[in-house]
Design a protein around this ligand. Structure first.
Ligand SMILES: NC(=O)c1ccc[n+]([C@@H]2O[C@H](COP(=O)([O-])OP(=O)(O)OC[C@H]3O[C@@H](n4cnc5c(N)ncnc54)[C@H](O)[C@@H]3O)[C@@H](O)[C@H]2O)c1
Ligand SMILES: [Zn+2]
Length: 371
């Protein structure tokens, strides 16, 4: 199977390719030579991924004949923080990496965000290339240029837009990913289908077993389609003024559920439930075609994600978290709602289309019935 190639247009970083496929890694030396030539490379990965794939990737990078510095950090979201940013930037300085260096971010979304932010800030910015190894990173975080770290007051609150020189997703590297982590990534793929491509959503459901097992060609086809969708959206709206909001489908409620659970509910699971509840919300408001929430529920179940909020969440707490979100956006809680599967509802006025809309509190309370 030949790797697929999608181009992302970035006003900030220029056009960059996303290459997806089994053994896509064979293209790494050429891509580095063409798009990210450097005096030295810093291969950044968490301890797990470094152990599993560090040698293979370091060998491929090393073919350019330049020094390859391996820098690892402990895995887990709790390490996507400023402390690790300090450690990594100091390590680059100690190894004498200069402005002509390049960061190779190998791993899941945590690594992509952290290493991307290191690259964005080191010596006012050096190039980064993204080598995603989790499904979340392949279908979502490696594309779009957002980088950053978490701080005590919230996730992703300190960061920068720093588009990569290229993204290379070798689906074979994801072969070592635990099944439950694959499910988490499939939540975002289901979202891509739900917002713009209903047949894609149906294909995810039909091929769920192969996708959960990490098998190809299903995985490559899925990642490629999700990348195309995300690339198309971020190419048209890089910094989230308008269209990029549609990628937040399922996320307004999802984030509130995730926070209300004290982050015990993983992000993909929270988004899965969030999409179902937001589809119900749309149906109650007469915006979303009836039956949409039920179909989404089936799709979410097919990829082994929860369809109901976990027991023991406080509805008052969820409402409070949504209100806080509202304050941050000055005004009302806004939701991206579907018109039907594969199409987002957009407000049509005289101005440009609005991709999100405010929702009356009683409708919101009613969909949170089970919470
Ligand atoms: N920048 C963006 O636009 C964007 C978008 C979505 C998510 N994110 C961020 O992404 C992060 C979540 O990403 P994630 O779910 O990939 O988390 P992660 O990077 O922590 O990876 C999950 C776990 O899987 C392991 N892993 C990764 N690849 C593996 C492989 N091939 N084999 C075995 N184990 C592997 C990691 O070591 C880790 O323990 C969050 O911090 C989130 O904020 C960013
Ligand atoms: Zn998400």
């Amino acid at each position: 199977m030949t790797p697929s190639r999608t181009l992302v247009q970035s006003a900030i970083g220029g056009e960059y390719p996303v290459v997806v496929g089994p053994s896509a890694l064979t293209q790494l030396p050429d891509l580095l030579r063409d798009r990210a030539p450097a005096h030295a490379y810093a291969l950044v990965a968490d301890d797990r991924v470094m152990e599993l794939h560090g040698d293979t990737v370091a060998e491929a990078v090393g073919r350019l004949g330049r020094p390859v510095h391996r820098l690892s950090f402990p895995h887990g979201e709790e390490n996507k923080n400023r402390g690790e940013w300090i450690r990594l930037t100091d390590a680059l300085l100690e190894r004498g990496v200069g402005r002509d260096g390049c960061v190779v971010a190998l791993g899941g979304g945590v690594t992509g965000d952290l290493a991307g932010f290191v690259a964005a800030s080191y010596m006012r910015g050096i190039p980064v290339v993204q080598l995603p190894t989790s499904i979340v990173a392949m279908v979502d975080s490696s594309v779009g240029g957002k980088t950053g770290v978490d701080v005590p007051l919230g996730k992703n609150l300190v960061g920068a837009f720093h588009p990569p020189r290229f993204v290379l997703a070798d689906t074979e590297l994801a072969g070592t990913l635990p099944r439950a982590e694959r499910s988490q990534g499939l939540a975002e793929a289901v979202k891509h289908g739900a917002i713009v491509d209903a047949p894609y959503l149906e294909r995810i459901v039909a091929e769920a077993d192969a996708l959960l097992a990490g098998a190809d060609p299903a995985t490559t086809r899925m990642v490629s389609r999700s990348v195309e969708i995300k690339a198309d959206v971020v190419s048209r709206d890089e910094t989230e003024g308008g269209l990029r909001q549609i990628l937040n489908f399922g996320h307004t409620l999802g984030h509130a559920l995730e926070a209300a659970s004290g982050y015990r509910l993983p992000h993909g699971s929270a988004v899965a439930v969030g999409m179902i509840l937001e589809a119900r919300l749309g149906e109650r408001l007469g915006v979303t075609e009836p039956g949409t929430a039920v179909r989404l529920q089936e799709a979410v179940a097919a990829v082994e994600l929860p369809t109901e909020p976990p027991a023991g969440l406080s509805r008052a707490r969820v409402m409070e978290l949504l209100a806080r979100d509202k304050k941050a956006r000055a005004g009302s809680v806004r939701f991206v709602l579907l018109e039907r599967l594969g199409r987002v509802f957009s407000g049509k006025g005289d101005g440009p289309p609005t991709w999100s809309r405010s929702v009356p509190e009683d409708a919101l309370v009613s969909v949170l019935d089970g919470v």
